[in-house]
Design a protein around this ligand. Structure first.
Ligand SMILES: Nc1ncnc2c1ncn2[C@@H]1O[C@H](COP(=O)(O)OP(=O)(O)OP(=O)(O)O)[C@@H](O)[C@H]1O
Ligand SMILES: [Mg+2]
Length: 237
């Protein structure tokens, strides 16, 4: 499993994370929610190797990864899809997906992986030859996820997948994330707003000011409790 144990991180003198722990098993989907500046992106960047924790350890299947560089982590199956749409607009959908094969241990697997991924994202199959810039924001987000998924990640993290995406396309993105988890990938979804990712999550962590202020299953977070947690986090700011 992914085991994040008591990590802290800071940017110079600015503390960003303070003693955060979490676990994600293969096939599980964890939602991390919290307000602006809570440390959600920093947490994902620590796991992906872009930020070095000042304290604590991160391990994947028993192997310590908190001292590894981002490129090594990609080869070990850790993928982070950052907020915004990380696709190459002038490349076609197919060309963008081909970039995902670089993460495969055996590039000969690419045609089969492409078929699997297009089954998961049928909308992309219809648009394989189009430049990515012609896709909507939501479709570009799906393409970024598909590209990451082609490399058979052990852990796929997605930072604010609903950002800049039309409301009606959000369920499609969440369904795709859920299906990736069902195929055995560990999935972490980060959002500021609470409701959408909760419906698909196995576990939920609420982060504020660098610490975990609540954790549980979606059932533990009825709307009133979320409001209370979120109001509590903004009113004392
Ligand atoms: N590159 C940076 N340099 C300095 N401080 C930073 C940097 N990135 C983030 N911070 C600070 O670290 C803290 C956590 O930020 P982070 O971006 O992880 O929060 P977040 O939960 O992802 O917020 P948002 O919902 O706005 O994306 C904040 O106080 C932020 O101002
Ligand atoms: Mg963020």
């Amino acid at each position: 499993m992914l085991n994040v144990d008591d990590i802290s991180a800071r940017y110079g003198r600015v503390p960003a994370l303070n003693g955060v722990s979490l676990q994600v098993n293969p096939g599980e989907l964890l939602a991390i929610v919290g307000p602006n500046g809570a440390g959600k992106t920093t947490l994902a960047k620590c796991i992906a190797g872009f930020v070095t924790p000042t304290h604590g350890t991160i391990s994947l299947d028993g192997q310590r990864i908190s001292n590894q560089r981002p490129d090594k982590l990609v080869r070990n199956g850790v993928r982070l899809v950052l907020e915004g749409h990380r696709v190459f607009p002038e490349l076609t959908v197919h060309e963008n997906l081909r970039l995902g094969r670089l993460a495969l241990s055996d590039a000969a697997q690419f045609p089969q992986r492409l078929e699997d991924v297009l089954d998961l994202f049928p909308i992309l199959r219809e648009r394989l030859r189009q430049p990515a810039r012609e896709l909507s924001g939501g479709q570009q987000q799906l393409l970024a996820l598909a590209q990451a998924f082609i490399g058979e990640p052990q852990l796929l993290m997605c930072d604010e997948p609903s950002l800049g995406v039309a409301q009606r396309l959000i369920p499609e993105i969440l369904t795709a994330l859920r299906r990736m988890a069902e195929r055995g990938t560990r999935v972490i979804v980060i959002e500021q707003v609470l409701t959408p990712p909760l419906s698909i999550a196995d576990q939920v962590i609420v982060l504020n000011r660098g610490t975990v202020i609540a954790r549980g299953t979606p059932g533990d977070f009825p709307r009133e409790r979320l409001q209370e947690l979120f109001l509590g986090t903004t009113s004392d700011g």
